[in-house]
Design a protein around this ligand. Sequence first.
Ligand SMILES: [Fe+2]
Ligand SMILES: [Fe+2]
Length: 160
Amino acid sequence: MSDELARIERLRRSHEAQRWPSHPSGDAATDAGSILELRLAEVALRLQMTRDDSSVPATVIAIRHGLQAHFSFEESLGTEVFRKYGGDSFVKALLQEHRELLSRLDQLREMAADLVEHPQQSREGVAKAFEDAIALLKRHTQLEEEVLEKAENDLRHKAN
Ligand SMILES: [Fe+2]
Ligand SMILES: [Fe+2]
């Protein structure tokens, strides 16, 4: 297998493996796992299943660490293949979205911490911010997967 194909497979696995958050992965938490965790946090906030939201800020920090590790992994291993199969503007947009997502998580942590301090305030704004971040992350991962799939198909076709 070519180095390029092996890299693509590692990138795709780093998305795939995290559909089961407890699945051990060498590549840290990744987008899909974080989607689940964010959704759980959002549900906890929105439905007020518990009066104790004090663990939410720490959960958001853990997700941010995991995502940052995933983004670094992706940027060091994937930039070349993303550029080749997606173009310069695609790479630029991906990098910009990585920064955007990390900053959204910082905002979510602040909002959640504020909610812990002022539990009587409305939870709608916080829940909406979680939902928006989840939507951005999902779309981001989908676009990456589309390009990786295209690259994988192309390389496999050439190998045959
Ligand atoms: Fe990414
Ligand atoms: Fe990703």
